[in-house]
Design a protein around this ligand. Sequence first.
Ligand code: ADP
Length: 453
Amino acid sequence: MLFRNVKKNTRTYCTTCNFKIIRQSVKKLKDAVVGHDPKAAAIIEREENALINIMSWLEKQIQKRKETEAELIRAKEQAEDGARAKSDFLSVMSHEIRTPLNAIIGIAHLLSQDQLLPNQLENLKALNISAENLLRLINDILDFGKIEEGKIVLAEKNICLQQLAENIKTAHHIRAAERGNTINMIIDEKLPQIILGDEVRLGQILHNLMSNAVKFTRNGSITLTISLEKIQGEEATVYFSVTDTGVGIEKEKQVLIFDRFTQASVDIAREFGGSGLGLAIVKQLAALHNSDIYLNSEPGRGSTFFFTINFKTGKQEAPQQQTSNGKNDLSGIKVLLVEDVEFNIMVAKKMITNWNGAVDVAENGAIALNKVRQSAYDIVLMDLQMPVMDGYNATQHIRNFNDDIPIIALTASASADILQRTREFGMTDYLAKPFKPGELYEMISKYSRRTGS
Ligand code: ADP
């Protein structure tokens, strides 16, 4: 009897207790739902069976969440497709523009070696300047894209700042003189002989600033200053500035001009040309160096653009063996030129024969493969995109039976991973089109002498 009562009581007690717990849980659930979505209160409270209502509300939420997730994934994929299409478009366009540009620049160079009348020389100069402006614009647009996609990685190689400054002065000397400007250089003697950095990208910052300084100054002066701010252990902080006595920039425009496609006024493009991309690239390249660009400027008095960069100090290497004795000479060198664009064949062929080299031409990779099997060449200049067999495949086949012959990729493609790809396929080095005659000479001379000697 006693036992029965206890059992009954316990059961009564448990049922009540369970009921209470369920009620409390449902209330907590309701509060949580309402806390999350106050509008849900009306739906949940209204109906009798709160638990079922909450369940169906939760089901709806899960469904909604799944739909949102799917939408987000779709949007992300669309954005990625868009970015890929943009980058593909840029590299295809750049290839298509660079290919004829290579012929234009090359032919202009060949023409300049003929005896020309003064007005022909004048025309040729205009042709050269326009071709180089076009090339700069294409490079700027591509660089901008690459920097934005985070595809530029800075190299760490020896740089001699004195030499870099000399090169920059030489590059801008003629244009500066044409505009009645002088270029001064203040190079600190305390600077380390060698620093470690990316000469191309650092040079690009300084070239951009110098070319603006020359462009926006008439009958004045441009001063490039490089000085040592501090040196601590193996790290040197170097200060760079480019000062001009030109038109200057109004205060309210001084921040805007660092934005892409922005110029200080609408008249600038008409009077001075340009795309308004230069300083945006300079700013991004400085950021890649963990630095920023600053500007002091006064309209009518001139401008100073300045920045500092931290570099590791490097060690001087033994000077490289000179490959040429001042005069370009490739006598005794046999080059196989693999290229399908007629004008580019004409230009490269003439350049190489002008340097006394011998050239054989293959119009696609398959012909090149046969030629390398049958004859001995000192070097192969290999275009990448060709009909029948492209340059990558041709190189891969050649490497099956010839490991030694230097194969240099010559391409107008601007894709960021091109160097990596050419190496993977067994190419020795890479020269971007359009190339300057000197660059082609250096490349042939560097690699063909190595195997020839
Ligand atoms: P771009 O020179 O192709 O127009 P930039 O981005 O290099 O493009 O320069 C943007 C603008 O900044 C220029 O159009 C010009 O208005 C102004 N600017 C840049 N450098 C100077 C300078 N040294 N003196 C005066 N104005 C300058």
